[in-house]
Design a protein around this ligand. Structure first.
Ligand SMILES: *Cc1c(COP(=O)(O)O)cnc(C)c1O
Length: 387
């Protein structure tokens, strides 16, 4: 279709775009501190960006607007439902704008099911959860974390006991943001059972590690069979996507209890936003088809190998680096600012981390280690005079 606006960009604007592109490409190639895969290629489907796709409404229902990718969205949800061992006849979900929206949905569903509940989450929980709980106005209690970032089960049990007259919503994390620690859902489930709290809901925030959780040996309990009622992941993290995206998978029986029909869109208004990104389901579908289960497994094994290598090399130069079991995240003491800035290392308190996403190579780790070994910490600001 031809555009009605025929202006072409000025030379100056073209220059700016060129510069911007080279700047962000350079930044991309050095980023090893955030969980973002960069090894996708979607040039085969880039034509779709010329189409105003909108997945408004429930992906499992017919809608009036037909410029949508609901069918692929359903397949993406089904892929994760299977990977997370949901009941084949009792799952539902949709492609969100990221793990944060997926968490919001899980908590929203839980609150609708148990309006008088208390939410429990550990101090290592992602910041989106605190915001979501605030938005939903649910009372909540923070549980201590262990040194490795995993929830402190004893503190959880003691806190829960004091509130056992209330329904419990537990926000467990499978792969915390800083240390990639994994809360064990079977232990959480066991504690709920032990205290006989029947009205409970477990949402599993598996933003990064959910995509490869099924391939871990030994497994760490996190999925529907282990006791989760909903699971969220980020699509742009381990899978990879040019646009931030995520997936929420829930039980269909639960979502049925909160759905409302909207005649304007001819569908059910079951999702958080109105208009919804229709390119993200297409991209996730495409990348998952290209990688397949075997590809995902291989990517995880590669990441794990690079993470082990990174941990070992850091230890060799005298830096106390460590990893949680099965983790692709290497935790290390906070690095000097020049290293933090160049390699874009997320830092919190006195720790920092390197996340060995599938595109990170041992060569890149070698460059990073060399930088770190040869870097001289800038001296703290000092007064220039002496008395
Ligand atoms: C990244 C992350 C999120 C948020 O996901 P977005 O896709 O960035 O919205 C939530 N929880 C955890 C544990 C994360 O690591």
């Amino acid at each position: 279709m031809e555009s009605a606006v025929l202006n072409s960009l000025s030379q100056k604007d073209n220059q700016r775009l060129k510069l911007l592109k080279s700047e962000i490409e350079e930044a991309r190639d050095l980023a090893i501190g955030y969980p973002v895969s960069k090894d996708f290629d979607i040039s085969e489907i880039s034509d779709f960006l010329q189409i105003p796709i909108n997945n408004v409404g429930d992906p499992f229902e017919d809608a009036t607007y037909k410029v949508q990718t609901h069918e692929l969205e359903r397949e993406v949800v089904a892929f994760f439902a299977k990977l997370f061992r949901a009941q084949p006849n009792d799952y539902w979900g949709y492609v969100t704008n990221g793990g944060s929206e997926s968490n919001l949905y899980g908590l929203y569903l839980a609150r609708e099911l148990y309006p008088k509940a208390m939410v429990y989450y550990s101090e290592s929980t992602h910041y989106s959860v605190k915001k979501n709980i605030h938005l939903l106005n649910i009372p909540s209690i923070v549980i201590r974390s262990q040194e490795n970032g995993e929830i402190d089960y004893e503190d959880f049990e003691n806190t829960l006991r004091l509130n056992r007259h209330k329904p419990a919503i537990v926000l467990s994390t499978f792969g915390t943001t800083m240390k990639e620690a994994k809360d064990d859902i079977s232990k959480i489930k066991g504690i709920l059972g032990h205290l006989a709290i029947q009205d409970h809901y477990i949402h599993c925030d598996a933003a990064l590690s959910g995509t490869f959780g099924a391939f871990m040996e030994p497994r760490i309990p996190f999925d529907f069979k282990d006791g989760a009622d909903s699971i969220s992941i980020s699509g742009h993290k381990f899978i990879g996507s040019p646009i931030p995206t995520g997936v929420i998978v829930t039980k269909r029986s639960n979502r049925d209890r909160i759905s409302k029909g909207i005649s304007y869109i001819g569908s059910l208004d079951t999702t958080i936003t109105g208009s919804r990104n229709g390119h993200s389901p297409l991209i996730l579908w495409y990348v998952l088809k290209k990688q397949g289960i075997e590809g995902l497994k291989k990517r995880y094994q590669h990441s794990l190998e690079v993470a082990k290598y990174c941990e070992k090399r850091l230890n060799e130069i005298g830096i106390k680096a460590w990893r949680n079991p099965n983790a692709i995240t290497v935790v290390l003491p906070k690095t000097p600012d020049q290293i933090k800035d160049k390699w874009q290392l997320a830092t919190e308190g006195d720790i920092s981390h390197v996340i060995c996403m599938p595109n990170v190579t041992k060569d890149q780790i070698d460059d990073f280690i060399l930088d770190l070994a040869t870097c001289e910490e800038k001296r703290e600001e000092e007064f220039e005079f002496e008395f």
